[in-house]
Design a protein around this ligand. Sequence first.
Ligand SMILES: [Zn+2]
Length: 413
Amino acid sequence: MEEREDLEKDEYLIACLRELVKIPTYVPPGENYGKIVDWLIPVFDDLGFECERIEMPKDVYEARQKSAELSGERVNLLATKDCGAKESVDIYTHLDVVPAGEGWSTPPFDPVIKDGRIYGRGVADSKGSVASLLTALREMKEQDLKSKYNLRVALTTDEELGLYSGLCFFADYGLLKGDYLLCMDGDNEGVCIATNGVMNWEMTVYGKSAHSSIPFSGVNAIEKAMLVISELNGLKRQIESRESKAPCGPIMRELTGQEHIKPVFNVTMISGGIKENVIPPSCTLRGDRRYIPEEKVEEVITELEDAVEKIKATQGIGIELHCKPGFPPMFAEQSGEWTKRVQDAVSDAFGVYKPIIGVQGGLDVAYAVQRTNQPVCAFGVGCFVDCNPHGADENVAISDLENYVRFLVGLLT
Ligand SMILES: [Zn+2]
């Protein structure tokens, strides 16, 4: 009997996840938020929730998020249920996914099950957690399990894009009101309480165009950019020798020998040149700087500006720098009551002790709690090393999804 119930639960979980993945909410462009929210509303209705379809106002969207590569309305879902409890919890994750990209061996938007794992874009990041939440709420309804918290579910837009996601809008407009915040985005290695902040940067290195047969009459901006990259290596070493107080997870520790999360400085893009026979007049370098919670964004910007000024002065190179700060860092209380409750529920459900960890990536929830000051932790559905989120053949173990359902039921009841 119990086996049969498990099977039905699994069927519902997998069916939900399939439907969610089939609605292609990849961003850019992020065209199908309305569609996925319209699919979710009747499901939450059936579970006794009141649903609000909340579109980011056009003026806010245009001022803070819109770019040429985006289209469609920014529709978010807020589903609330008063369970007559004393405390309330906001449960959050994002509805967008990254584009499929190349190299898939299964159809990215039509999930396939192989060897106990389900494959498709977003199954781990982060639609698996949405399907698990729906399954947990359904189980609570069927078994008449009362929630310890009043529930506020926020499923929002554009996390993968950064800048001003639906959750940032929710935080600024007072829509996050829970006593606690559970972020279902991220990894299941441990209960995450710390993240790095993100700052993208772009620098244009200037030269002077000339006929390539007489290169001495120009200045080759690509060659100058190579010099800039090698000069920036000193800054990279200096930045990456720092560390946060936030512990890193066990897998990260094993892979790198690090005990704590670290800041990062990368050059990740380069473009320049007009034609094979033209000395390039400019070359653009781009990259990101991920800064630990102990660093301030103003200092991060000044540090890079100073390094660039020094290169300009010592090498006589023309450089223009633009810094674009993204989500801030997060460092929640390690021994807080909410963290402890989540850690206990997680460890019970998975049958192994899950540590409190920090990660070197960034999350939009960091922006939200900077506004709301809510106690927060993040715990997602899959292990990032196995799941390949953002890559080809993104997948998640069905057993991890089942454990996630158990975790949510345990935490909420
Ligand atoms: Zn995510």
